[in-house]
Design a protein around this ligand. Structure first.
Ligand code: AMP
Length: 229
């Protein structure tokens, strides 16, 4: 049965790492809107030029642009059997648009990962990414460990700090999460497919909780419960 997983959580909660694990386990694509935007900036496309400044300051890109990006991505064949969204929706307007886009394409399983702010600041401060392939290092439970020479063990690229992982922008992104994204939790929490997961636990335990919740939500959907409500 296809399903659509939505990962909600502040920056540094471990959404990307966990989404990678789940997409491998279920064979469905992980769609990270942050990755899509960063690639566009890197490639200098017209989308990239539009969003560059917004990302640099830690604010949210407009709902209109983001909904367009996700609509296009979900229209591709590999997303027909389900997907994992990492970083979208981030506002209630985006969540409503997503409901319309996937009407009849399996349930939305929404997960919020919670981690206290001091730990988020610590994690984002030590996070490094490969400048070439984007692999994340030093994040919570990252499957990867760098070679110790500041190089990516997958492709040899240079490990760098994300531009928006500096302390001022981190604080702004956390503020934005509290104001714009937390209302999303209220949007989804009445649904039987919603769950909150403690992101402070060891990464393997977070993955186990996540998979257990997905299985429960799918069983409810198969049983014709109100999982798609
Ligand atoms: P992330 O990698 O998910 O932390 O996203 C990096 C940045 O991309 C965010 O700080 C926003 O500026 C932008 N962004 C990513 N996804 C969205 C979204 N769904 N809505 C608005 N802005 C987004």
């Amino acid at each position: 049965m296809s399903f659509n997983l939505v990962m909600i959580g502040p920056p540094g909660a471990g959404k990307g790492t966990q989404a990678d694990r789940v997409c491998r386990a279920y064979g469905i694509p992980k769609i990270s809107t942050g990755d899509i935007l960063r690639e566009a900036v890197h490639d200098g496309t017209s989308l990239g030029r539009q969003v560059k400044e917004t990302i640099a300051t830690g604010s949210l890109v407009s709902d209109e642009i983001m909904i367009g990006v996700v609509r296009e991505r979900l229209g591709r064949p590999d997303a027909r059997r389900g997907f994992i969204l990492d970083g979208f929706p981030r506002t209630v307007t985006q969540a409503k648009a997503l409901d319309e886009m996937i009407d009849g394409r399996g349930p939305i399983i929404a997960i919020v990962m919670s981690v206290p702010e001091p730990e988020l600041v610590r994690r984002l401060g030590v996070r490094r990414v490969c400048a070439d392939c984007g692999t994340t290092y030093g994040g919570p439970g990252s499957v990867t460990e760098s070679s110790g020479a500041g190089r990516c063990t997958r492709c040899g690229g240079l490990l760098v700090q994300r531009d928006d992982d500096n302390i001022d922008v981190i604080r702004q992104r956390l503020r934005v999460f509290t104001e714009a994204t937390e209302p999303l939790v209220r949007y989804y929490e009445g649904r039987p497919t919603f769950a909150s997961i403690n992101g402070l636990q060891p990464p393997d335990k977070v993955t186990a909780d996540l998979r257990a919740h997905i299985e429960t939500a799918l069983a409810m959907s198969r049983a014709g419960g109100r999982a798609e409500a």
